[in-house]
Design a protein. Structure first.
Length: 394
């Protein structure tokens, strides 16, 4: 049976890698919907290649332009626009699987829609869990969705665990998330204030979008993954550890209650966790290169320097605070990274904005008990972070 896929965030790195994996298996997968808020020319190219039933863009003007461009080459593709259209596609009755690859909190509503509709939900949007937390996991359970992590670290943990999720708690003593350390793993922390956006986006191992590349450089990406792991695997903060592993070969590890260690290894290629999400519990060809143990670099592990990467501690502080604290942290970070990429604040200001916003907004986090509450908290945190960014830019 052909699996019909809705791809949220089709033009990003995860989206294009997903389509590369699907192209290897035309008898197994078909594109039902493609969405993008930017890169309209790239989306048009993908529509001509995949002939989806629907394409979703951000604005009416984008929809008109894309519709006109596809008028002769994609006769069956209907172009929609807006946040509601994303939710409609994610929950459409003809969709079997949803790849959630929209970056940021904007991906939360369609993820919730897919969860409530009981879809196979391949989660590359970590903010759904960082912002939604318990409410999102409740939606997954109530809708009967199959939640499959796509981040390489969480996929690694998932692959090391038994298919029976009820057994996870009896298996895990703690987990170890690996981090490459990004481009500044050995840089003197005293020089980080001079970092440029291009330097921060030059990841040594992975090809990613600019926002997630900056998050990797600050290790806020790992901070958000700590929060995500807490919800995916139902862990206490004390059961989550992080080590630097610059080779990005060991993608993460499970330490079992008998102190044996299970690890998932492979070349640093997102097509592997994507193929796991598409085919689980089966295994299919991913297109990734095979790991050659005879030529691979020696595997090394290092502690995380809190002076170089202060943001990681914020994640553990947020997990120990009211559940809405992680919503505040994520919102602040999105604003701070955008300001840095726009050249308005320094690289080291990202942490100042994040820490200042969490300190100021954490009191209101305890009152966020619904999705509407979380969205309102998110908006307040963004406004506070914007104000801090303006102060630092003076």
């Amino acid at each position: 049976m052909v699996q019909r896929v809705c791809l949220l965030g089709a033009t990003g790195s995860v989206g294009t890698s997903t389509l590369e994996v699907m192209a290897l298996h035309p008898d197994r997968y078909a594109v039902f919907a493609l969405t993008a808020m930017h890169r309209m020319a790239d989306l048009a190219t993908l529509c001509r290649r995949w002939q989806p039933r629907y394409a979703v863009v951000g604005t009416p003007a984008q929809a008109d332009a894309l519709g006109a461009e596809l008028a002769l080459s994609c006769l069956r593709t209907e172009v929609l626009h807006g946040a509601q259209a994303l939710c409609e596609m994610a929950s459409h009755p003809e969709v079997d699987s949803v790849m959630a690859a929209i970056v940021g909190a904007a991906g939360l509503p369609p993820c919730i829609a897919a969860a409530r509709a009981g879809k196979r939900l391949m989660l590359a949007n970590k903010e759904a869990l960082v912002v939604g937390g318990r409410l999102f996991m409740d939606a997954v359970q109530q809708g009967g969705a199959l939640l499959l992590p796509i981040d390489s670290e969480h996929s690694a943990i998932f692959q090391c665990l038994p298919e029976d999720r009820a057994a996870w708690g009896r298996r895990i003593a703690h987990i170890v998330l690996t981090a490459s350390g990004g481009p500044f793993r050995t840089r003197d922390p005293a020089t980080l204030h001079d970092v440029t956006p291009d330097q921060a986006c030059a990841h040594p191992n992975w090809v990613m979008g600019r926002k997630i590349s900056v998050d990797s450089a600050t290790m806020m990406n790992k901070a958000l993954e700590v929060i995500e792991a807490r919800w995916l695997f139902d862990l206490a903060p004390e059961q989550i550890r992080v080590v630097l592993h610059p080779q990005s070969i060991v993608h993460s590890m499970v330490v079992c209650r008998d102190n044996s260690v299970l690890a998932q290894l492979g070349t640093p290629d997102m097509k592997v966790p994507i193929s796991v999400g598409l085919a689980w519990p089966e295994r299919v060809a991913s297109g990734a290169d095979e790991l050659d143990f005879l030529t691979a670099r020696p595997l090394t592990f290092e502690p995380v320097d809190p002076l170089r990467f202060p943001g990681l501690g914020l994640a553990f502080d947020a997990l120990r605070g009211p559940e809405g604290s992680t919503t505040v942290l994520n919102a602040a970070n999105e604003i701070a990274v955008a300001a840095f990429l726009a050249g308005r604040v320094r690289f080291t200001d990202i942490h100042r904005i994040n820490a200042g916003t969490v300190a100021a907004q954490v009191a209101g986090a305890a009152d966020a008990r619904s999705f509407d509450d979380l969205l309102a908290l998110d908006a307040r945190a963004r406004a506070h972070a914007e104000a801090l960014g303006r102060e630092l830019a003076r």
